[in-house]
Design a protein around this ligand. Structure first.
Ligand code: GUN
Length: 294
């Protein structure tokens, strides 16, 4: 058996078209385009690439993009001052502060300072709490993108055994909540979990979000399972720089029913989920029902 490869790039592209299509009624009603503000502190090269691509995608889809780059030496007060300005700015519907922040800054108080209605990352405790309560709110981008892909690959999630490997606030915890809301039976595994292999072997859905190259072995995957790989690690393999996920892809693809590749799986979905959230935030802030795009 060989798994269907879940094409995140293609899914993201079609979602992008639906987002662009959904902008027109907003522009008609408000006379402006939805606005996304991205904030970067410092000059981490990877973060610079992410922030630039988020801003570029927003513009490409037809949204307004506001980029704010603060120096590495920015103080907590300066960053909080910028957040306060963006919270008050009517042209800004979504605010994203790229993580990680330089070590002298306190990320959790920065996230808590973002107006929850503009928190397109879904990381504010209000949004995390709404998700845990099963109430509508803004949902963290990576797990939202993963859920879209899982739903594209499976007829139903109800009653399925799901395992989420990783318990971060960015991915693992919200992913578990989303799966639970779909009536899956959810296990959250982490670095202290005993006998991970036997737990993965029971799972119909595996979401791997540990950030350790190929730590989920291919032969752990239950035949027919849906495997979603959030990891991206750079390895030197046969003298070549290679991007790999948290799952041993080649062997897993022989057993799984459907699997995301790295790259081209979850990655393109994360950024498109952010665009989706910016659109939803824009509609909801104006009191309009957000269009259902997936
Ligand atoms: N850094 C890596 N992933 C993310 C993300 O989803 N949101 C933010 N704000 N920073 C990140």
């Amino acid at each position: 058996m060989s798994a269907r490869i879940i094409d995140g790039k293609a899914y993201a592209a079609s979602l992008g078209e639906r987002i662009t299509g959904a902008l027109a009624p907003f522009v008609e009603k408000t006379g402006r385009r939805p606005g996304l503000a991205v904030v970067l502190v410092g000059a981490d090269p990877a973060s610079e690439v992410y922030v630039r691509s988020k801003a570029k995608m927003a513009k490409q889809l037809g949204m307004e993009s506001f980029e704010h780059v603060l120096p590495e030496t920015a103080t907590q007060e300066e960053l909080l001052g910028l957040i306060a300005d963006l919270n008050a700015d009517e042209a800004v519907d979504g605010i994203l502060v790229q993580l990680p922040l330089p070590g002298h800054l306190d990320a959790s108080s920065v996230i808590s300072a973002i107006e929850p209605a503009k928190d397109v990352d879904g990381l504010h405790p209000i949004n995390a709490g709404l998700l845990a309560s099963g109430l509508p709110g803004l949902v963290s981008c990576t797990p939202l993108g993963c859920l879209m892909l899982i739903k594209s690959a499976r007829e139903t999630l109800s009653g399925a055994e799901a395992i989420v490997v990783g318990r971060s606030i960015l991915v693992g915890k919200p992913m578990a909540q989303l799966l639970l809301a779909e009536n899956a039976t959810v296990t959250i595994a982490h670095s202290r979990t005993r006998d991970l292999a036997s737990r993965v072997r029971q799972a119909d859905i595996v979401v791997a979000a540990v950030g350790q190259a190929e730590m989920i072995k291919g032969d752990w995957v239950k035949p027919g399972a849906t495997v979603i790989d959030v990891g991206t690690s750079r390895l030197l393999r046969d003298g070549k720089k290679t991007l790999v996920g948290d799952v041993e892809f080649d062997r897993a693809a022989k057993q799984a029913g459907a699997i995301t590749p790295v790259p081209g799986g979850v990655g393109p979905m994360t950024i498109m989920s952010l665009m989706h959230n910016a659109l939803v935030a824009a509609y909801q802030r104006k009191g309009f029902p957000a269009p259902a795009l997936w």
